[in-house]
Design a protein around this ligand. Structure first.
Ligand SMILES: Nc1ncnc2c1ncn2[C@@H]1O[C@H](COP(=O)(O)OP(=O)(O)OP(=O)(O)O)[C@@H](O)[C@H]1O
Length: 258
């Protein structure tokens, strides 16, 4: 890991009218670091992820991103075209429901290839070869390249969504409950796959999950949210093995009893 954070988040709050979405969240994320955001339903995880990924505008606070040119940019002051470009190239966003992150009526190959075209690749043969390679990497048979994702199982769709996001070698990936809608055996395989890819590609990631097992497996660091605020953060193993806050202790013990 280098000494320069990829993302600097200072005092970010989001209000929906008078309702608190998240409040005073601060942290830094370094290249290659995986941060899990955990907490019960309604604690503000999705709100925070939406602010970080510029899907929502924070009500206050600053989010800065270390661009490839070495400059920090305040995401709130970024132009729409630049923001979109970032989202299609340097960032990925893996939705819980693959249908939200895929184009369901174009082929698997086109779903992956589209992102390459966004970074300027125009050579059809090249795009198809890379798409095919990515299908293999996410364990989808290469002869399914011309099938549409609606002909895929839930697990395959999620793996395709991951391939679509990673093909442009992003530096930062946001994931919202990436294994949420899948059954347990499929989840385990997908988690292994995500862990391998994140490690091999040296990706930084922010992963929202209510599943502490997912956080344990994937993340280096963890933030626990309650009522919109971060109540505890630290190295994942430390937080899970030695939770300091009573609320975190409750979360951890309720999982252990299952
Ligand atoms: N569009 C919205 N309008 C008004 N309030 C909202 C909106 N989105 C979220 N909230 C409120 O903000 C708070 C945080 O919600 P958020 O969805 O971020 O929590 P979460 O931890 O992601 O929950 P879940 O795990 O159920 O997705 C909740 O009180 C929620 O009701």
């Amino acid at each position: 890991m280098t000494a320069v954070p990829l993302l600097k988040v200072k005092d970010v709050s989001k209000f929906y009218g008078s309702r608190i979405g998240c409040r005073n969240v601060s942290f830094e994320l370094y290249p290659g670091e995986v941060l899990a955001v955990v907490g019960e339903s309604g604690s503000g995880k999705t709100t925070l992820l939406s602010c970080l990924s510029t899907r929502l505008m924070a009500s206050s606070g600053i989010i800065e991103y270390h661009m490839r040119d070495g400059q920090y940019r305040d995401l709130a002051h970024m132009g729409e075209a630049e923001r979109r470009f970032l989202m299609r190239t340097d960032w990925g966003f893996v939705h819980q429901n693959p249908a939200d992150g895929l184009r369901m009526t174009v082929s698997a190959g086109a779903n992956v290839g589209e992102r390459l075209m966004a970074v300027g690749d125009r050579h059809y043969g090249n795009i198809r070869a890379i798409a095919s390679d990515w299908l293999r990497r996410v364990e989808i048979e290469e002869d399914r390249i011309d099938d549409q994702p609606r002909a895929f199982s839930g697990g395959m769709r999620q793996r395709l969504q991951i391939a679509r996001n990673l093909v442009t070698a992003p530096r930062l990936v946001f994931m919202d409950e990436p294994t949420g809608g899948l059954d347990v055996s499929v989840q385990a395989r997908l988690l292994d796959l995500v862990r391998g890819l994140v490690h091999d590609l040296g990706l930084a990631a922010v992963i929202v999950t209510h599943d502490l097992a997912v956080a344990r497996l994937l993340s280096h660091r963890m933030m626990v949210m309650k009522d919109g605020a971060v109540i505890e953060q630290g190295l994942t193993d430390r937080v899970l093995d030695d939770p300091r806050e009573p609320y975190t202790q409750l979360l951890v013990s309720s999982i252990l009893q299952v």
